[in-house]
Every structure is written in structure tokens, then in C-alpha cells.
Design a protein around this ligand. Sequence first.
Ligand SMILES: [Zn+2]
Length: 484
Amino acid sequence: MAYEALYTRGRPKTLSQLVGQEHISNALARAVSSNRLSHAYLLVGTRGTGKTSTARLLSKAMNCDKVHEAQAAGRPLDKKEIPCNKCDACKNFDSSPDNVEFDAASNRSVEDVTRLLSTAYLAPLRARVKTFIIDEVHMLSFEAVNSILKLIEEPPPNVAFFLATTEINKVPMTIRSRCQVLNFRLIPQMTIAPYLLTLARRLNVSLQEEAAKKIARLAEGSMRDALTYLDQCYAMADKEITLQNVNETLGLISDESLDEIISAVRAKDRAAVGKAITRAFRSGLAANAIAESLITRLRDIEFEMLNRGEKNFSEFDNLIDGLRKATGEMYGSGIPDIILEMTLMKLAAPVQNFVAPIAAVQTSAPSENLDAGKKIFYDTLEVLNRENKFSAASVDKAVVTNFSGDVLTLAFKSSIMVGLFEQQHKQQFEQEVSRVAGRTIKISAVVNENLPPPVLNKLPEPDRSNLDVAMKIFHASDAVKIND
Ligand SMILES: [Zn+2]
């Protein structure tokens, strides 16, 4: 026997089975009961939220003998009875020539679409109502839209239109204003997971609760995606669909592996970071997928911290920020693995060596020294700026916090910036500072998250670069380095 996909078997058979769209199923049940259905519906919502399923249920209900009997008798119908699925009309619905379905996004020719629409003027062959279900209606040609508009404005008898779209803003206002609009919501995870468990029980499929939750999270509001994922896992699972099955089948990295990487980065243990990321790569996961999973995991950790009443997220924010930038660079790059590895290594840069208690340093430093240090610093920036040397962009957010002997201390807002400065531009900047000062000056870079905004007015305004530009230059120079 051919395997029937869970996705097909999980499709709602009555309005009562339409999951997560109760506002729509309730309203439609009332409309069916009181025989007040419209001849044109516009079903709006993201993919997999039940638009086509609803259109099919209504098409079927418009032709269902039992529904018509109830309507004639003035008996209100329960959502479970819409449609009945037992009468001849219901049984023959799937093969009915009177139900026309097509996807406007597919490559149908204009002539083809026009021919299909022209059949609306012919009486139904067997059914009571001829129904047209058109997916992605915003993709239709101008001619087709005009044909539909004409059909909706002066509808032939016994015809109903169900126009579905994921992009309502691309549907002409003339169509929108003539249809009854049904807005489909994203289906919450806490609705999808229990539904998957119920469906699995009904179909005698063993499904772990943790696995159902993971699938629900991945589906991002789409029941169709959830059922497709479940299908894939079911095909690969042995007796029971476990969290491990889900991770392996869908090419996901486990939370344990993610935590291992995150712990190593936080511990500034670069050797451990290297090992953890190599293990992740060896299991065949793509760098993009790993980076995105890390971001999701970090966000989950922040939520957990928030729930515990903790407030200091700066460390995690820094990690998310670094990974977010890396994912941007990975797309279209031929070396996503290396970009991810380098990013994690940078995030794991040992910063504690040069974290200095700023306040303590300041009190012990004579202020005239600090002023001299600031003068050298800004003079150097001005020289770099004038000579159009890029390293100015990387240090101009730094603040001079100490200058004693031959050591100029620069504070940066984050450890990432310190790490980047140390790796990329410190040496060159030391040379430039020494050149300006006329003697050898060493730079010490420190982190101070509570930095006051840097004094910016010392430099000519037009040439100033913002942090984004600075980061871009940093990253661009990384890429060059990697290619070497
Ligand atoms: Zn029926």
C-alpha cells in the first residue's frame, strides 16, 4: 500500500478540525448555518496556516446534501458537520469537475488561466455550486485579474471564488473590496505541539513530547511545515520519533552541542571552541544552520535569565551580535565554515588580561597626563583621518582613560571591539601614535561597558565613520586575511 503522507492525513476534514483559526471557523459555521455564504472569499495569511484547506471545506460544504438539508430545515450546524463527508456530493468532491483549483504561482499560460476562468459561465456539471480555488492570487496576470474582477462583480449563478494569498498588499484593491476577507493567523507553538501529539496517537505513531515541541518551534506558525517535518522524521524513525530523530532528520544541532560551544566561548577557551565547532561540522551541519541555531539558543538562554529575574545580558548580546553579523557575511560566501570559526574565536578572545578597573586607574593618574594622552590620541586620529588611513575608523569610538609613562590606555565599549582592535590595528596604531608623539608609545586596550560617549568634536565631522562602517572594515579585512 502506498504510504500516505501525514500531511495529507492531517488535513482538516471538517471546520472543527481547522487548528488555530477558531475565529474563522466559528464565523464560517454561523454563515453556513444561516445560509449567508459569500460568492467570493479572499483568504489571507502566511503559508501553511490553513487557507486552501478552508477553501476546500467551504467548497465541499456548499455542495453537501446534509448541509443543504439542515439549511432548509433551519437547523443550526455544528462545526463537526461542515461538511458531512458522507453524502455522495462529499464523497465525489475530490474528483469533481466542478471544483477548479490552480496555483497562480505555477507557470500556467495566460490562455490556460483565461480558459479555466471562462468555464465559470458554464453551468456546473453535477454539483450545486461550481467552485474556483486560486492559490497565490497576487501572481495572476493583469488579464486574469480583470477576468476575475468581472466574474466577482457580476457573478454567474452558482459560482463561488476562493482567492488565497500570502501577500495581500499585492492584491489589487478592486479585488479586495469585492471579497469577504478571511485573515489567517500564525498558529502558536502551544497549539501545534498538542495537535501533532493527538494526530500521532490517532495514527498509531509514537511521538515524544519533546520532539513534538521542537517540530512546533521550527514550524514558525505553519501547520503544513509542522506536518511535513513530522512526516520526514516519521520516515526516518525506528519505533518512536524522538528529539534525536528530529535533530538528525532535519539536520539540526542538539542543544547540548550548542551549549558546549557557548560555554567554551564564554570561558574564553579557544581550544575548546575549536574542538566543539569541529565536532559540529563533522556531523555534517552547515555553518549557517549552526550560527542560526546558536543565536536561537542564546535568545532562549536570555529568556530563561529574564524569567529568573536576571538583568545583565551584555555578554549574551555581544555573542548574538557577533553571530548575527557573521551570518550576514556567510550568505553568498564560499567560506562560511571559516567565517563562523573565526567569529567564535574572536568572541572567545581572552580579554580579561587587559580589563582594568577604569575608576581606580583614573584616580591614580594625574590629570595633566591624561590630557597629554588625549592630545596625542586625537592628534593621531586627525593625522590618520587626513591621510585617509582606515584604522581611524576602528579606534575613534575608543576613549583615553590613562596615560602614564609610555603606555596610553584606550577603553572600548565591548570585548569584541577590543579583540578586533588587538588583532587588526593595534600594531599600526601604536606606530602612528609613536610617530605623532615623537617617541615610542605602547597602547593598552581595555573594556569598559559604561563608557561615556567619546569626545567627537575634535575631529572634522564629514570624515567621521560610524561603528557599522568600522565593523564592516574590520570584517572586510578579516575576509582578506582568510583568503590569504
Ligand atoms: Zn456531505
